[in-house]
Design a protein around this ligand. Structure first.
Ligand code: DQA
Length: 143
C-alpha cells in the first residue's frame, strides 16, 4: 500500500481560527479527518504532520525519504514565499511532491504571488480550500 505524507506548515494549526474569510472555518483536525477518510477510499495510507518551525519541517521532509514515502503533499504556509531551505530539502529527494494552498495565492498580496517551492514540485493546487489536499492525494495516488 502506498503511503503519502501530508505536511502543514506554520500557522495552519490555527486554521478555523485565523482569518476565516480567507482560510475557512474548518479546523485543521477536521481537514485532516477528511484527508484520512479520503485516503481509505483511495486505498492508500497517509501520515499527517504540522509544524510552525522551518527546521522541524526540513527534518520531517528528510525522514520522508528515509521512510520511502510514495509522495508528499505540502502546504508550506508563508514559507512558500521565501524558504530556500525547504525548497532545497524537497529538491534533494526523489519524491513527487504537490504544493497545496487553501487560498488562491495569486489573488492576494503581491508577496504571495511567488512560491519558491513550486519549481521543485510536480504541481501546485491553490485556492480550492481543503479540497486541494484531496485533489493532490488523488493525483499522487494515480501515478
Ligand atoms: C497559505 C497561503 C500563504 O500565503 C499563507 O502564508 C498561509 C496559508 C494557504 O494555505 O492559503 O499561511 O499557504
Amino acid at each position: 500500500m502506498k503511503t503519502f505524507a501530508v505536511i502543514h506548515g506554520p500557522n495552519l494549526n490555527f486554521t478555523g481560527v485565523r482569518e476565516t474569510a480567507i482560510y475557512g472555518s474548518q479546523s485543521l483536525e477536521d481537514i485532516n479527518d477528511s484527508i484520512r477518510a479520503y485516503a481509505i477510499t483511495l486505498g492508500c495510507k497517509v501520515t499527517i504532520f504540522q509544524s510552525n518551525s522551518e527546521g522541524v519541517l526540513i527534518d520531517y521532509i528528510q525522514n520522508c525519504y528515509l521512510d520511502a514515502v510514495s509522495g508528499i503533499i505540502i502546504n508550506p504556509g508563508a514559507y512558500s514565499h521565501y524558504s530556500y531551505a525547504i525548497r532545497d530539502a524537497l529538491a534533494g529527494i526523489p519524491i513527487p511532491t504537490v504544493e497545496v494552498h487553501l487560498s488562491n495565492i495569486y489573488k492576494r498580496e503581491g508577496f504571495r504571488h511567488t512560491s519558491v517551492i513550486a519549481p521543485v514540485c510536480a504541481g501546485q493546487i491553490t485556492g480550492m480550500g481543503p479540497n486541494g489536499y484531496l485533489l493532490a492525494l488523488s493525483a499522487l495516488s494515480a501515478e
